[in-house]
Design a protein around this ligand. Structure first.
Ligand code: ADP
Length: 460
């Protein structure tokens, strides 16, 4: 059963149930009230009659004519003498020789019963009459309750019609309301199916209703998921294209050299070292890719130990001097003693990558400046250079894998990278609970900052 039908059924049954209970209570109250009024009338009439009843000398009931009391219309009575039977009755029931309600099973006190005469429903009050302790007869006063039954019947009809109409109206209202609310969901389902069929993640589900309601929130969450999926698929597509592109260049070089060797019929040193260089490059790239895949998925095992960041930086500078040679000046600023908790090799990889990049991208005669200090909770490692800077349009992307700024792409030579180093550095720093930031001004240089939490207590 559809959600709409289920909701309609639920609300309609709820309304019907409440109205039925409510109707039952009203019906009972009205019935009891009407019967009470008749009972009161009967009691008052019986009382009036008893006031004028007398006993004769032999102790029998002595009332030979209709008592001089004013009985209400539709109220009739019978006076029964214990020994002689019916003594007196109202004119309207003078032909009735039977008691209006059985006299035998009277409990010795006034009793009300509902019975019928000639199919007319009547309410009868039977009152035992006694002189001293002696029972001398009974008085029965009756009144038709046809009007009560007619009122009950009308009330029942009104309540039934009211309940059925209310249930019908509520079913209609709920059905319309849920139709409106669920129509947007239906449209969302259609668009979602179209997106799946057309494989088009750029589409979004339109929604005209209030964005803050539940359906609006659902659709907005779904659209956000679509956005995320789209960007993930884009990244994946770019990744595959980039890997393909990066692999093609060294393979072409290797193949070209092999063809050359074959044509020459002998091996020459230059071709062999070119092949070797490209194979090394491929090996490095595949190593970086595997590392990136592991670090991105959080599956890279990190051996946490106490790391002296200042000592680590000195080691990196020592290595970097080979690369800088006389081309670029390496300058060391403040070197606070800073302890962090981390994987020493991985952190060294990050610092080495940043320093090597700074040297690599800084033209001859330029400077690379490094320093370490700390705030209350964090260590700060800064690497600045006087290189060409990174264009603002490239800056948000440089931590993405295979991303290289336009100028770096056209670079050639041994130092040529794959655009993976910063992605790896970004993830390693993230897994250490830190952050990596970059600021750059074209023509002035680039400034990288690595924030790492200071070691607190033991390194676990
Ligand atoms: P690559 O192996 O290409 O250096 P990275 O991931 O290390 O890859 O760097 C990504 C890109 O960021 C580089 O291609 C370069 O365009 C830019 N870049 C990184 N460091 C610097 C820097 N110090 N100066 C200028 N550009 C830089």
């Amino acid at each position: 059963m559809s959600l709409r039908n289920r909701l309609t059924l639920l609300y309609t049954s709820l309304v019907g149930g409440i109205l039925l209970v409510f109707g039952f209570v009203i019906y009972q109250l009205v019935s009891v009230n009407l019967v009470d009024q008749i009972d009161e009338l009967l009691a008052k009439s019986a009382n009036d009659i008893i006031q004028v009843a007398q006993l004769n000398a032999v102790g029998e009931l002595d009332m030979v004519s209709t008592p001089k009391v004013e009985l209400a219309t539709n109220v009739y009575f019978q006076l029964w003498e214990r020994n002689t039977g019916l003594r007196l009755a109202s004119a309207s029931i003078s032909q009735l020789r039977e008691p209006m309600s059985p006299l035998d099973r009277l409990p010795g006190k006034p009793v009300y019963r509902t019975t019928s005469i000639d199919e007319t429903p009547i309410r009868v009050l039977s009152v035992p009459l006694s002189a001293g302790n002696r029972l001398v007869g009974s008085l029965q006063v009756g009144a038709s309750i046809a009007i009560v039954e007619a009122t009950q019947k009308t009330l029942l009809t009104v309540l039934m019609i009211g309940t059925i109409s209310a249930m019908g109206l509520s079913a209609l209202a709920v059905s319309l309301a849920t139709y409106q609310a669920l129509a947007s969901l239906g449209r969302a389902t259609d668009v979602a199916l179209q997106i799946t069929r057309a494989d088009d993640l750029s589409r979004r589900i339109p929604y005209q209703g209030p964005p803050a309601d539940e359906v609006g929130q659902l659709i907005s969450a779904f659209n956000q998921t679509l956005g995320q999926l789209e960007s993930l698929f884009d990244t994946q597509r770019r990744f595959v294209a980039d890997v393909g592109h990066e692999l093609r260049t060294p393979l072409t070089v290797i193949k070209g050299n092999i063809n050359l060797l074959r044509r020459m019929g002998c091996s020459d040193d230059e071709s062999l070292s070119s092949i070797e260089g490209e194979v090394d490059r491929l090996t490095r790239m595949i190593g970086d890719l595997l590392l990136l895949a592991r670090v991105e998925s959080g599956k890279l095992p990190l051996n946490y130990h106490m790391v002296e960041l200042d000592t680590l930086l000195l080691e990196v500078l020592q290595q970097a001097r080979v690369l800088a040679q006389d081309r670029v000046t390496l300058r060391l600023g403040d070197l606070d003693q800073v302890l962090v908790c981390g994987d020493r090799d991985r952190l060294k990889q990050v610092v080495l990558n940043l320093v090597e990049n700074a040297i690599k991208y800084t033209p001859p005669g330029g400077e690379v400046f490094v320093h370490i200090d700390k705030t209350e909770e964090q260590a700060r490692l800064c690497i600045s250079d006087t290189g060409p800077g990174i264009p603002p349009e490239d800056l948000p992307h440089i931590f993405e894998r295979f991303y290289r700024a336009e100028k770096s792409r056209t670079r050639t030579g041994d130092g040529k990278g794959f655009g993976l180093g910063l992605s790896i550095a970004y993830w390693i720093v993230r897994h250490h609970g830190g952050e990596i930031e970059v600021e750059s001004t074209i023509g002035e240089g680039t400034h990288f900052t690595v924030w790492l939490p200071l070691m607190e207590g033991d390194c676990t």
